[in-house]
Ligand binder design. Structure first.
Ligand SMILES: *Cc1c(COP(=O)(O)O)cnc(C)c1O
Length: 383
């Protein structure tokens, strides 16, 4: 069969599986060895070299999903981000980074890059002109995130890729929120795709991992730095991630469908002031999202009317869990002002449009009617 042409769910289930020749087991065996006999001098397998059998084979699944030549798996999303940035930047170089952005990436840039003599500029906004303004003669990397956390802004992927190409700048994208099921940035000209696999690739809130997908040449560059920084993932967790990714297509489709329905429900609700979801016609970049995403994803944010206390609303939920992470099969909510964006000043949050009452909603796979019932219940309790 032509493995190049496998459909999404076949890739999720089968691509990169290790065939158990010895016992004919149904799933990939786990190779926990940290020591391997030399096959020849060129292939030295060692977990920190990102090349154990489980790492090597699962990378094929991730590369196939992102339409990339190659991929690498990391011990966390931030290990993937930091290793990639440090692979393409040296003292005297400059990076343009999108604002708004995931807090951990922003902290890494602000706190660590100056120690290496690397300059950075956060964009004023997420329009192409904002990126153009931020580019300098020594800019070597442009990093974008779309949809972004927590307001679900949409950046024009193709336009940024073209802008960067015209200036010989490498592009990276954090594709965590969309997942490879909903968005394939390499097809739009982006060089390197980064994931926090802790989120949708893992999907069950029990794996901390990261991934990068790109051309063979770019992966080689990242590998050389990665083996020095040492951010690889244990083979047991790689195996867990493979297990989780078999249902990636099914999960994301169910979660995205739930999100679309709940966004419409909240948008019409008299107690809701505003819903931020790229799938709604009123979203400022709805058309752009439609052109570069397959579905609009399973993340949204919303604001309740001012007379309703958002913290009390979250405490009153019974099914939807108020919790820090996102993208699991269980629905969760949180207040970015008190959690993910608590380190920003009130003024910085206001500038980004993150109000104190903004609620970020990660949709799981539960039945829609139960999610709505939970929200209705909680609203009655707090009013
Ligand atoms: C969680 C997250 C990260 C960081 O990933 P970790 O696995 O927590 O290190 C990076 N980007 C986005 C968009 C995230 O949501």
């Amino acid at each position: 069969m032509d493995k190049e042409k496998f459909g999404l769910n076949t890739i999720c289930t089968h691509t990169g599986e290790i065939i158990d020749e010895q016992f004919k087991g149904a799933v990939s065996p786990i190779y926990m060895s940290t020591s391997y006999q030399f096959e020849n001098v060129d292939v030295k397998r060692y977990p920190r070299y990102f090349n154990t059998p489980n790492q090597e084979y699962l990378s094929k699944k991730i590369a196939a999903l992102e339409h990339a030549e190659a991929a690498m798996i990391f011990g966390s999303g931030m290990a993937a981000v930091s290793t990639t940035f440090l692979a393409f930047l040296k003292a005297g170089d400059h990076i343009v980074i999108q604002n708004p952005l995931y807090g951990g990436t922003s902290n890494f840039v602000r706190e660590e890059l100056p120690k290496y003599g690397i300059e950075f500029t956060f964009t004023e906004g997420y329009q192409v002109s904002d990126f153009e303004k931020a580019i300098q003669p020594n800019t070597k990397l442009i990093h974008i995130e779309t949809p972004s956390n927590p307001l679900l802004t949409i950046t024009d992927i193709k336009a940024i890729a073209n802008l960067a190409k015209s200036r010989n700048i490498v592009t990276t994208i954090d594709n965590t929120f969309a997942s490879p099921v909903n968005q394939n940035p390499i097809d739009l000209g982006i060089d390197i795709v980064i994931h926090s696999a802790t989120k949708y690739l893992g999907g069950h809130s029990d794996i901390l991992a990261g991934a990068v997908a790109a051309s063979e040449a770019h992966i080689k560059t990242i590998w050389h730095v990665g083996k020095n920084l040492g951010g690889s993932l244990s083979d047991f967790m790689v195996w867990m991630l493979e297990r989780s990714m078999k249902t990636l297509g099914l999960r994301i489709k169910a979660q995205s469908k739930n999100a679309k329905k709940l966004a419409k429900y909240l948008n019409k609700h008299p107690d809701v002031k505003h819903v931020y979801y790229p799938g709604l016609k009123g979203h400022p970049e709805h058309k752009l999202a439609k052109s570069q995403m397959k579905s609009f994803g399973a993340m949204m944010s919303f604001e309740l009317n001012e007379n309703i206390n958002a913290s009390k609303f979250l405490e009153s939920l019974q099914l939807i869990k108020p919790s820090m992470s996102l993208a699991g099969v269980e629905s969760t909510m949180l207040l970015p002002a008190l959690t993910s964006h608590a380190l920003l000043s009130q003024e910085e949050r206001n500038k980004l449009g993150i109000s104190d009452g903004l609620i970020r909603f990660s949709l799981g796979i539960e039945s829609k009617k139960d999610l709505i019932k939970d929200i209705e219940h909680a609203l009655i309790k707090v009013k």
